[in-house]
Design a protein around this ligand. Sequence first.
Ligand code: SF4
Ligand code: SF4
Length: 266
Amino acid sequence: MKIKTVRRSIQIFVFLLMFIVPVLNIFEIYFIKGTFYSIDVGSVAMADPLAVFQAIIASKSFTLTMLVSIIIPVMLVFIFGRIWCSFMCPYYLITEMVEKFRNKLRLKPNKPKYSQENLNKTNILRLLFLLVGLFVMGVSGIPILNLISAPGVISSQALVMVKFGYVTFEIVFIIILIVMEFFYYKFWCRYFCPTGSFLSMLGLNRMMKVKKINTDCSMCLRCIKVCPMVINPMEDGHSIACNNCGDCVDNCPDNHKRPTLKYVIK
Ligand code: SF4
Ligand code: SF4
């Protein structure tokens, strides 16, 4: 089975969950409640590590509950890397739908070409944006990065919409991102998203990475062409930009002959 089939199934499930959870809550079923900032499933609490980090800096204190709430997300990142982005984030699913729509309209591809120099610049810009955001947040005491967390905003808007029948002004942020996405390929995820950047940093030494395990590959470069993060999977599977989406593994034609480009766990 293709990794993308599993990935898409999980993405759709998570997307639907954003609407199912508030519906359950309306019927007073509270087994699961919350948004992608923080969600409770039974007695298990899970929170966005960046949201918790901001809360710790803003309040200059931390509680055991805060730390416990990030255990599962952080463990997932330590093992699988930034799979939140490629397998779960509702905004990432939207970017993939935008790309499909663009292809249907036969619009000129807006995906930049891979180059190591561009990759370095992209990584630096993302980290700088995160650092500046954390600095402003530390000075102002306002967790502003939550306001520009695409998955957080989308899930809280879904909750408000289902529970109260309207959306708030924050939806404008998501609309702007989607419109920009039509012109600049995955620009938010590749250049700016603080949530993704924070997870990248946590997953720097992740156990699961993409690796070329057979040097005798046909060098068709298909993996580079399909990589949504515009990196070279053959060399940069360890890069902080990789979100372990598996598209390169799915599309490597040499994998049909012998294991060539694969996920490896070390
Ligand atoms: S980078 Fe941000 S918006 Fe993009 S998939 Fe990751 S969390 Fe979602
Ligand atoms: S290197 Fe492969 S797994 Fe990583 S983002 Fe690119 S296509 Fe996805």
